[in-house]
Design a protein around this ligand. Structure first.
Ligand SMILES: *Cc1c(COP(=O)(O)O)cnc(C)c1O
Length: 379
């Protein structure tokens, strides 16, 4: 290689570049790149703000922020907010005067039960009157409730973490999961005997776990690191919690005229970061079943996860179908369904604090577990 030729062409390039640049002020040469970087980063933040919030929401919040710049407007809004806070606090305060704020100096001993009875007598009469709050009929001291109470008191001391000590509870969990799965399609041939799950403390926890598992499954399967999920507007607020806890961008898509998930609208939000779509069977606000089969087809065609929220319907729909009601497909027999949440503590008629999360296969469920590497995780 001829280095002297290379050197001379480099130096002539340098000379002509310097001659060209000498017509500009040195300060301008310094300021221009800085200004460009500054401008580019401004444009980038604007774009990412719009992509985070959606164009409509971005415009609305820009408008609201500018309205607040008008003198007096912010002060007025703050004063109105304070009024609401004051009202909320004052209504609770007088009632709370008699509440314990520290451990009593002397123990209450047997008086505890009397005190509980007295406080309980102030609760609203709920028997048979609180739809969506208490799912079991009758009063808490008879019928199905007395069985629940007796069973709970037999196992109140157990710690299911210690499988070796409480084998009974471990067996019960496995049986509840298996029986729930059997109602929801685990017996189907093409489920390949892979459907699995766990008991949780409620629908919200089942949903949180399903979303977390889907996020990590899609990260390992497709390398998605900026996860997004799409849910119908009618879906439960647990998905907002999941999105916040697990740093997932959430798109809530308006429902159609029948208050069902709008499959076409949902499709428009799918992009390469989408990990999950959701359908409810039925949703809590309207009691309406989303088009699960169509959503399953959509999820399959894009290779993304699909969670069916059966918190409310899991122990109703299988029996309604058996009774001959025309129930559309809603369970693991639908291709594309990857997980489900089913509340035992709703129409499973179990005590509060029990739900089941189910997965299509072990490959998804393994992302639910957290593996610790140090001894401290055992404490
Ligand atoms: C009840 C319900 C939930 C959440 O359940 P919790 O047990 O209250 O946490 C989620 N989705 C639907 C459709 C529900 O009905």
């Amino acid at each position: 290689m001829d280095f002297s030729a290379l050197r001379s062409s480099l130096s002539s390039f340098r000379d002509s570049a310097n001659t060209f640049l000498s017509q500009f002020e040195p300060l301008a040469l310094l300021a221009l790149p800085l200004l460009t970087v500054f401008l580019a980063s401004g444009i980038r933040s604007c774009l990412s703000y719009v992509s985070d919030k959606g164009l409509k929401n971005a415009v609305i919040s820009l408008f609201m922020s500018s309205v607040k710049l008008i003198p007096g407007v912010r002060r007025y809004i703050d004063a109105e907010k304070q009024k609401v806070v004051d009202q909320l606090q004052s209504s609770g305060n007088s009632k709370r005067d008699s509440w314990l704020k520290e451990l009593p100096l002397k123990g209450l001993q047997g008086g505890v039960i009397d005190k509980l009875k007295q406080e309980k007598s102030n609760d609203a009469p709920w028997q048979g009157k609180c739809s969506g709050t208490v799912y079991i009929g009758g009063s808490e001291s008879e019928g199905h409730f007395s069985i629940i109470n007796e069973a709970c008191s037999m196992f109140a001391h157990t710690n299911p973490l210690h499988l070796d000590v409480f084998q009974s509870v471990v067996r019960f969990e496995a049986e509840v999961v298996a029986m729930t799965a059997a109602l929801l399609g685990s017996g189907e041939k093409d489920s390949a005997g892979q459907i699995c799950g766990n008991m949780t403390s409620g629908g919200t926890e089942s949903i949180l776990l399903a979303v977390k598992s889907s996020r990590d499954y899609m990260k390992s399967k497709k390398g998605i690191t900026r996860a997004e999920m799409i849910i119908p507007e009618s879906a439960h607020s647990a998905y907002d919690k999941a999105a916040q806890y697990f740093k997932i961008k959430l798109w809530r898509v308006p429902v159609n005229k029948e208050f069902q998930a709008d499959v076409k609208a949902i499709r428009r939000y799918i992009n390469r970061n989408t990990i999950l779509i959701v359908g409810s069977a039925p949703g809590f606000p309207h009691g309406i079943i989303d088009p699960i089969k169509e959503l399953g087809e959509l999820a399959s065609s894009y290779g993304i996860c699909f969670h069916v929220d059966l918190c409310l319907g899991g122990f109703v729909l299988p029996f309604a179908r058996k009774l001959g009601y025309p129930i559309p497909p809603f369970d693991f027999s639908v291709e594309g369904v990857t997980s489900m949440s089913v509340d035992v503590h709703k129409y499973g008629l179990a005590p509060k604090g029990t739900s089941v999360v189910l997965y299509r296969n072990h490959d998804i469920r393994k992302h639910q577990f957290v593996a610790g590497k140090t001894l401290s995780v055992l404490t």
